[in-house]
Design a protein around this ligand. Structure first.
Ligand SMILES: [Zn+2]
Length: 418
């Protein structure tokens, strides 16, 4: 296994900072072992101000971190790698020792990854997590809690987390991931107690390199996929490997030439929504069925005799709870699928815009470059920009909870009218 930071593409500055912090954290543990300085805050931070964790951005260790960056920049990859570096027995993420191995494999007892499946992380889940995070690390190093999509915390859950971050147990480290530190994404009070690690959108060449090296993908395919995915590593990997993902992308990129009238615009909107629904359905169906089967087995489905009636009533409640959770997950999967389609579409109009401006940049979608060029000549820069803005406005509207179908229909009409 290579070094734990190997998959963090094009983020050299962040990796340097995280390694330094992991080394400082190891020093804290060594000091604690000789009983000189028992706690992280005392040893790692010289500044006793309220925002103790943020006192020295250049070095040292602190107990709360936020990884920010655009989707696909590797927020959760960075958080996991840092968690491994903190559990590493020999260095700062050697990739060889049990601490690194178990963390990267998701089996380390002292590392919890919270991956929200629904649209938000609830307070119950967060309270349980904070409670467990306060326990002594079984491996003798750190309790690490990774919260992916911390921007999806409910307000109450955020408050529960804030309490834990304000009065951190001595050996607990919180790693949050969010698109940005904007107050919409993360509360100002949580932000003020965390050190921020900004990640940037990795360049396509760096993404292509990792696809070739790690996934064994042919260089030309890797290069195409990296460009088409606009710096999103996971998306690039899927495009390179999954023919279905490629087909869906092609269908999305066919939208601009299909918009020949009002009826066609509504048809295109329906097609886009239904494709997102189908994709989401396929992605959650297997997990849904497995969860339901597991719950039914646990509840002893089909049981008879004394107590069976009461058990069935209890079981109905649990099944209902499961269905609620699954519905929330399905909604999120639909939104994510639709968002991917909109990002692809935005890439097309961005290509048209840069071509109209004769900007010396490579197109996002090399395979529809000719079509984008034709659009550029027909629409000019202004028309291309208006269309790009229509796509971005649709994303923003859905983000603000406008019904997806309505937002997409409005976008299609705007794209058709130009
Ligand atoms: Zn290690």
């Amino acid at each position: 296994m290579p070094d734990v930071f190997a998959d963090l593409v094009g983020q050299d500055e962040a990796v340097t900072e995280l390694r330094r912090a992991a080394a400082a954290a190891a020093a804290v543990l060594r000091a604690a072992a000789t009983d000189r300085t028992p706690a992280l805050v005392a040893a790692g931070e010289a500044d006793p101000a309220p925002a103790a964790g943020t006192s020295d951005p250049a070095s040292g260790m602190t107990h709360a971190w936020i990884f920010t960056g655009p989707p696909g920049s590797g927020r959760s990859v960075a958080a996991r790698a840092f968690a491994a570096a903190l559990q590493c027995a020999y260095g700062t993420g050697c990739g060889e020792c049990p601490g690194c191995h178990t963390t990267m494999g998701g089996t380390n007892a002292d590392v919890r990854m919270v991956v929200p499946e629904g649209l938000s992380i609830g307070v119950g889940e967060m309270r349980a997590l904070v409670l467990r995070a306060a326990s002594t690390p079984s491996g003798g190093r750190w309790q690490v809690v990774v919260i992916e999509d911390a921007d999806r915390l409910t307000e109450a859950a955020g408050n529960a987390l804030l309490k834990a971050i304000e009065e951190p147990p001595p050996r607990t480290v919180f790693l949050l991931c969010a698109p940005s530190t904007h107050p919409d994404d993360i509360s100002v009070t949580i932000r003020s107690r965390c050190r921020v690690v900004p990640l940037r959108q990795p360049p396509a060449t760096a993404v292509a390199e990792v696809l070739v090296r790690r996934d064994g993908i042919a260089p030309d395919v890797a290069q195409w996929a990296a460009a088409a995915a606009q710096g999103h590593v996971g998306r690039a990997r899927r495009l390179a490997r999954d023919p279905e993902a490629r087909k869906r992308r092609e269908a999305v990129l066919a939208v601009p030439r299909r918009l020949t009238g009002v009826g066609a615009a509504f048809d295109a909107a329906s097609a886009l929504i239904e494709a997102a629904e189908a994709e989401a359905e396929a992605s959650v169906a297997e997990a849904d069925a497995a969860e339901r089967a597991a719950l039914e087995t646990a509840l002893g489905a089909g049981g008879t005799g004394r107590g069976a009636a009461g058990a069935i009533r209890g079981a109905a409640g649990q099944l209902k709870e499961l269905e609620k959770r699954q519905k929330s997950r399905a909604t999120r999967a639909q939104r994510d699928a639709l968002d991917r389609a909109l990002v692809d579409l935005a890439g097309f109009y961005r290509d048209a815009l840069t071509m109209a401006l004769r900007a010396p940049v490579d197109p996002v979608h090399t395979d529809t470059a000719a079509l984008a060029d034709a659009g550029a000549q027909k629409w000019d820069a202004e028309g291309s920009l208006r269309r790009l803005e229509a796509v971005l406005a649709c994303r923003a509207a859905i983000d603000a909870n406008v019904k997806p179908r309505i937002a997409v229909e409005a976008m299609m009409l705007a794209l058709w009218k130009g």
